[in-house]
Design a protein around this ligand. Structure first.
Ligand SMILES: NC(=O)C1=CN([C@@H]2O[C@H](COP(=O)(O)OP(=O)(O)OC[C@H]3O[C@@H](n4cnc5c(N)ncnc54)[C@H](OP(=O)(O)O)[C@@H]3O)[C@@H](O)[C@H]2O)C=CC1
Ligand SMILES: O=C([O-])CC(=O)C(=O)O
Length: 278
């Protein structure tokens, strides 16, 4: 947990130097956030080196151990495996943790361990809204009863390439000529099937009624130039629907640009006195 003076200049360490990590680092470099980028880490030396080359105020490329020591908050933007490998250690050492690979938290044991560890060590876990809007409304709505949360995701074949569901079912992504339903299930099943494509299903689950009750549909559309997420929530408050047409990141067609912007906005929120939104 940060003291009042430390809020003045948050020390950030980034695990994962891919498309989201790069955008966050560039935002800190451009002084969009009142924070210091102290260290980055990536298992790919190439990605780490490329990122450093794109920054004017170069952070250090450190081991995870040293990165945690140097940081007030560690931002995971690598993979669900990275959450499992490093999440607990960050929190045990009293540092805050931001998680982008939210799908990791559909494992109830890991979620419980992380939350308990954060509570014991007075650290916080931040989950940005990521590539969707509507998390604020869902959190408010979930104070009363919720009857339904449904996510419908539509991506171009390039945005679904490499997913376990595609590989295990021998799906030829090049064979689709029109928008087609590929998958229907709950958020837990969706994360297992598309771990790098529907982390947003995990965020919705955490904000709402859990991964078993949150419904997910995944469409492939060869004509889609954007990553589209449609969200329907119904409950005691009434009903809302939300449709986000995301521009994919240039470096990773699976990941929407909004996901990186959301992480940047969350870091800004941590450093600023005025807190807007639920
Ligand atoms: N919450 C949300 O709304 C969203 C979440 N995401 C998730 O955020 C994460 C980052 O996305 P993105 O930046 O697009 O991903 P990228 O693939 O562009 O970058 C991830 C980087 O992290 C590295 N990496 C992966 N696992 C580890 C590990 N265990 N230890 C160290 N480095 C690791 C990768 O190396 P290598 O190339 O060798 O794998 C790669 O360099 C992903 O898990 C993605 O699924 C994405 C979009 C939206
Ligand atoms: O970026 C997106 O559109 C969503 C995504 O990949 C995810 O939630 O994992």
């Amino acid at each position: 947990m940060l003291s009042e003076t430390e809020y003045i200049m948050l020390k950030i360490g980034i695990i994962g130097c891919g498309s989201i990590g790069t955008e966050i680092c560039k935002a800190i470099d451009a002084k969009l956030i009142n924070a210091q980028l102290v260290a980055v880490y990536d298992r790919s030396e190439e990605h780490g080196g490329k990122l450093l080359g794109a920054l004017s105020n170069m952070p250090r490329l450190l081991s995870v151990d040293d990165l945690i020591s140097e940081s007030d908050i560690v931002v995971e933007c690598a993979s669900a495996a990275a959450v499992r490998e490093y999440g607990l250690e960050v929190l045990e050492r009293g540092k805050d943790l931001m998680i982008l690979s939210v799908g990791a938290l559909t494992d109830p044991e890991l979620l419980e361990k992380l939350v308990k560890t954060a509570a014991t060590h007075h650290s916080r876990i931040y989950i940005p809204s990521g590539a969707i809007a509507g998390i604020d409304g869902l959190r408010s709505a979930s104070i009363a009863s919720i009857d339904k949360v449904m996510l419908t995701t539509t991506k171009n074949p390039a945005g679904l390439k490499g997913a376990p569901y595609i590989i295990n079912n021998n799906i030829d992504l090049g064979s689709f000529r029109e928008k087609t339903l590929l998958f229907e299930g709950n958020a837990e099943e969706a994360i297992a099937a598309f771990p790098a494509n529907v982390n947003v299903a995990a965020s919705l689950s955490l904000a709402g009624i859990g991964a078993k009750e949150t419904q997910v549909r995944v469409f492939v559309d060869p004509g889609a130039v954007r990553n589209i997420h449609e969200i329907t929530v119904e409950g005691a408050f009434g009903k809302f629907t939300c449709r986000i047409e995301n521009v994919p990141s240039p470096g990773n067609p699976r990941t929407s640009f909004l996901a990186a912007l959301s992480a940047i906005a969350t870091l800004k929120k941590i450093t600023e006195p005025l807190q807007i939104g639920t």
